[in-house]
Ligand binder design. Structure first.
Ligand SMILES: [Zn+2]
Length: 322
């Protein structure tokens, strides 16, 4: 058999496996789990996938202008508010050399902070930018939502509720508790047979949303003990969502750059130009003298979202060593 045919068959199998199914030949909707306020009882199933994401959107009620204006998230050409970091390989789950403009922007802010004589206001703005650019680690996990274990199966235009796994996002705060449960129990709590339900609490610590997690306790026995919840035959028969495929999509760097607030985009582009310009010079001059490319990103942009923040100038000097 030719390898070409094998390749195609493998591809078909892979594509088929990546499409979540819930009985029937339709597709599934409503697979993304949202943590609600208070307790959420869930059963983690199978391995998690580590992702690195950037949050781009403004949060007006907190006075956060975000990295992009709200227009970027509306209309035909909209981008998601949370994107995958392009410097993260979602298949290998490790860092890669990518062209992530958000990480680059964060690095530039970091560099600019090291320059002499920056004003306090500018420093604050750069520190904020640097924080906003940080990639967040999030774990994606197939779960059974104990309160609402249903997803929507769409087939021939008809929707019906079927039992199904949802994909939950676990941040590092909840993870530290969940990791503690793993350690405490001493076994894989996501195991189909030996695993147990956990409660994830979404609350508020006064300044921000906070998460905690604990094992569900069976109080009907003495002493109360963690309740092992083997998956039922029906639950075991369900297909796990292919998280790497579903959550591994990425947006082109150019679209991300286009969506940035104008001052941020200019800050990024001026510095990228400065680097490009210095390339041929690097070849021409073999000397060791240090050239300072003044990338005065005088991106004085009035607040494009009217939030009264970051109205000032963001500028930097980039040192380029020849
Ligand atoms: Zn990134």
């Amino acid at each position: 058999m030719s390898t070409g045919i094998m390749g195609t068959m493998d591809k078909i199998r892979k594509l088929r496996a990546s499409r979540p199914k819930g009985g029937g030949n339709g597709r599934l909707k409503g697979i993304f789990h949202q943590w609600k306020e208070g307790d959420n009882e869930v059963r983690l199933v199978g391995p998690f996938v580590e992702t690195k994401t950037h949050f781009l959107a403004p949060v007006p009620k907190r006075g956060e202008r975000g990295l992009c204006g709200s227009a970027a998230f509306n209309g035909d050409d909209k981008i998601p508010q949370v994107i995958n970091c392009l410097n993260w390989d979602s298949k290998l789950e490790e860092e890669k050399v990518g062209q992530c403009p958000i990480c680059r922007l964060g690095d530039l802010a970091h560099q600019a902070l090291k320059e002499d004589g920056i004003e306090e206001k500018e420093k604050k703005a750069l520190e904020k930018l640097r924080r906003d650019c940080r990639a967040r680690t999030q774990l994606k996990w197939n779960i059974l939502d104990r309160e609402d274990p249903y997803v929507l199966s769409v087939s021939d235009g008809n929707e019906r509720r079927v039992l199904g796994y949802k994909i939950a996002t676990v941040g590092m705060e909840a993870w530290s508790d969940i990791e503690g449960i793993f350690d405490q129990m001493g076994f894989d709590i996501s195991d189909p047979e030996e695993g147990l339900d956990i409660t994830v609490n979404r609350g508020h610590n006064g300044t921000r949303v906070s998460y905690s997690a604990q094992a569900c306790i069976d109080t009907s026995v003495k002493p109360p003990t963690a309740k092992v919840t083997p998956l039922t035959v029906e639950e075991k028969a369900l297909t796990l969502n292919d998280i790497q495929v579903i959550c591994g999509k990425s947006i082109e760097a150019s679209r991300i750059i286009d969506a940035l607030h104008e001052d941020y985009r200019e800050f990024l582009e001026v510095n990228m130009e400065a680097e490009t310009v210095s390339e041929p010079e690097r070849k021409k001059e073999s000397g060791t003298d240090q050239k300072v490319v003044e990338a005065a990103a005088a991106a004085v942009v009035a607040d494009d979202d009217d939030d009264g923040l970051m109205g000032g100038t963001v500028s930097t000097r980039t040192s380029v060593k020849n």
